[in-house]
Design a protein. Structure first.
Length: 82
């Protein structure tokens, strides 16, 4: 399965594909990917099949610099809004 990591740092915006069989492994890989980047916000998304990739799909986890990693809640995963 492919998960999609989208993130915002102090200096850039980035994207990465994460291949994993489980959500927990994908989240662990996402955390490793962001180490040392001064990340402000990030979302880990999942889409079944070979359909849409970045910017679409279910938000499975979200990161904020002030709150760390969480599962989806009131925040919709839009990096432009808190």
């Amino acid at each position: 399965m492919t998960y999609f990591l989208e993130y915002l740092t102090l200096h850039s915006v980035g994207r990465a594909s994460i291949h994993s069989l489980t959500f927990h492994d994908a989240l662990s890989k996402a955390k490793q990917s962001l180490q040392g980047l001064e990340c402000l916000r990030a979302v880990l998304r999942y889409t079944q099949g070979e359909g849409p990739a970045f910017g679409e799909g279910v938000v499975t986890a979200a990161f904020t610099a002030s709150g760390g990693w969480t599962t989806p809640g009131p925040w919709d995963g839009d990096l432009r809004r808190p």
